[in-house]
Design a protein around this ligand. Structure first.
Ligand code: SF4
Length: 342
């Protein structure tokens, strides 16, 4: 089996090259090519032909193939369906904002967290994605659109903290200047609330942004929506969130998908505000996107605006998140809907 070089850090690649009798500087050249989006060794024109042939026989750099591309007619959002070497489907979304482009990447094929409103969890976890597979989502999205992405959110399919090592390796690689030199401040990792990993994240990746999918103001509602809450309840989650803000000095974001008759209305907003007041946080309110099989529906943008206004009035910063790619099932919780191979 060929070794995949895209999963390696520059140091590992150097060791690999030296170990196979090559010069260390060749590893640096290959690393740059890979992270500039080269699709194969034949594109690496500053390598000797003999080395390109040798690498072609023993190694590979492409982790994913593009299976399908859906372009939103509403807002220019592009959804990608990729396939891994072993046939797993992975989805990513390229989004255009006023302040620049952003890519939402997946960290796992499937997910085992079982959130009720999320289409990604229907078939459970297939497997973790490697750092190279996460990186390739960005490189292939950029290649297709011909545009660079200055921000990355790890908010697609999967729970990034359930794949901590590879998520960390991805962050540590993509931020290297020999790679994309992406600022850690322009990367956001979203968790459903795995508390031990939240603490580890604050310790090991303190400059990266953290978002927590909260979606409820109390344990009763959160237990119903998110099974993880039965393991780590809201008190513990909010304590860990507070701890994170103190330890890192960074604001934490809470994602709150408004679901009709479940977690919306003034009483929920007041209860939530009571629990978050005083924390260095921001709440992103969105109206839940339609996921037919969940039996849950969103309350619409107006309800989301009213909910955010209630929070704001109670002293908690909140905004309504702009929804992108709704017509191509690229919005939150919709990533695996209607995906079929062409
Ligand atoms: S919302 Fe996130 S954590 Fe929950 S099931 Fe979906 S992908 Fe997994």
């Amino acid at each position: 089996m060929k070794v995949n070089l895209k999963d390696m850090t520059p140091e590992e690649l150097r060791a690999y090259f030296i170990g196979t009798g090559e010069k260390a500087f060749r590893a640096s050249q290959v690393f740059r090519w890979m992270h500039q989006g080269a699709g194969g060794f034949d594109e690496m024109t500053n390598l000797p032909a003999a080395l390109r042939d040798k690498l072609g026989e023993t190694a590979e750099i492409r982790c994913l193939n593009t299976v399908r591309v859906l372009r939103s007619a509403l807002d220019g959002t592009v959804k990608f369906v990729f396939e891994t070497r072993d046939g797993r489907r992975v989805e990513s979304v390229f989004m255009r904002y006023r302040y620049g482009n952003s890519v939402c990447v997946s960290s796992q094929a499937g997910c085992r967290m079982g959130c009720r409103f999320c289409s990604s969890a229907r078939e459970g976890l297939e497997r973790n994605l490697s750092a190279g597979e996460i990186t390739d989502q960005i490189l292939l999205a950029e290649k297709d659109t011909g545009e660079r992405a200055g921000r990355v959110v790890i908010m697609g399919t999967g729970e990034p903290f359930d794949n901590f090592e590879n998520m960390k390796r991805f962050v540590e690689t993509i931020t290297r200047k020999e790679s994309r030199g992406l600022s850690r401040r322009n990367i956001t990792v979203s968790t459903c609330g795995l508390i031990p990993e939240m603490r580890r994240f604050a310790e090991e990746l303190p400059q990266v942004n953290l978002a927590v999918s909260l979606h409820a103001a109390n344990d009763e509602t959160r237990n119903m929506l998110m099974p993880v809450n039965r393991k780590y309840g809201m008190n513990e989650l909010l304590n860990a969130s507070r701890e994170y803000t103190v330890k890192t000095g960074r604001r934490i974001t809470f994602e709150y998908a408004l679901i009709s008759g479940v977690n919306d209305g003034r009483a929920c907003a007041a209860e939530l505000a009571g629990r978050l007041r005083g924390m260095n946080c921001h709440v992103n309110v969105i109206s839940m996107n339609p996921v037919a099989e969940s039996g849950l529906t969103g309350g619409g943008r107006e309800a989301a605006a009213a909910f955010a206004a209630e929070l704001g009035g109670a002293g908690v910063q909140a905004t309504v998140r702009r929804e992108l790619g709704r017509d191509i099932a690229a919005a939150c919780g919709q990533l695996r809907l209607g995906i079929t191979a062409d």
